[in-house]
Write a protein that binds this ligand. Structure first.
Ligand SMILES: [Mg+2]
Length: 240
């Protein structure tokens, strides 16, 4: 702050894009779908349910790594006998993935309310089309200008195409946009590579205890969305 005032100020943020799992809905919705799918595939093989403690250990490893380790590949290898079954697990997980009533974080609506009318607001997420109906049901849809839902748009994070599609839809340059997400590999890094500012939300698939190196990657790291709107308008974009 301070050196950014007056006529030398960087251009103001014009678009805010937000991931869904983690920032908006609890990632446990995805975990529940993966577990239900894995249990069902094991039952078809005459095996018992996935060991929950072992699952949590694998999930925590994936969360800590923030890249390079695929949850579904690890689950397929550990519980389905072969990593080659990850596609099967993926397809069944999609069938069971939903965002039930009560799983949106309480800080989401106040955050979007604080952004409303000040910037273009977009969803930018690897999600099924049904997430749109969940967001309509939970009252967030009226705030959304840009629906960057991977299953609808046809691109997935971390591919730059989904970010570029959202920027074009919002008609805002990357330097005036911020992406909010809870993963370094699919949110912070690909957004930063395109020149967007980044916010890392430390919940769900984010590590419980991020390292100093990890915390240095985003422009802002937060554990809730409380107060984030004002930080976006006063701290971003940062000169690089
Ligand atoms: Mg997420």
């Amino acid at each position: 702050m301070g050196d950014r005032g007056g006529s030398s100020a960087l251009p103001a943020i014009g678009a805010v894009f937000c991931d869904v799992g983690g920032p908006i809905y609890d990632d446990e919705n995805f975990v529940a779908a993966v577990l239900r799918a894995a249990d069902e595939l094991r039952a078809a093989d005459g095996l018992g349910a996935v060991d929950r403690a072992r699952f949590r250990a694998i999930y925590d490893d994936v969360r800590e790594a923030q890249g390079g380790v695929s949850l579904r590949a690890s689950i397929a290898r550990e519980f389905l006998g072969s990593e080659s079954r990850k596609r099967e697990l993926h397809d069944l997980t999609r069938d069971y993935w939903a965002h039930p009533v009560g799983t949106m974080y309480d800080d989401v609506l106040p955050f979007f309310e604080a952004l409303a009318g000040r910037v273009r607001i977009g969803i930018l997420a690897n999600q099924e089309e049904s997430v749109i109906r969940s967001l309509e049901r939970d009252g967030l849809a009226p705030y959304i200008d840009v629906w960057g839902v991977s299953a609808v748009v046809g691109y997935e994070k971390p591919s730059p195409e989904l970010f570029e599609w959202a920027l074009a839809a919002a008609d805002v340059a990357p330097s005036r946009a911020v992406h909010i997400g809870n993963r370094l590999d699919t949110d912070v890094r690909p957004a930063a590579a395109l020149g967007l500012s980044t916010v890392w939300v430390l919940r769900g698939e984010a590590p419980s205890s991020p390292t100093a190196e990890q915390l240095a990657e985003p422009d802002i790291a937060v554990s809730t969305l409380d107060g984030l709107a004002e930080r976006i308008f006063t701290e971003l974009p940062v000169a690089r």
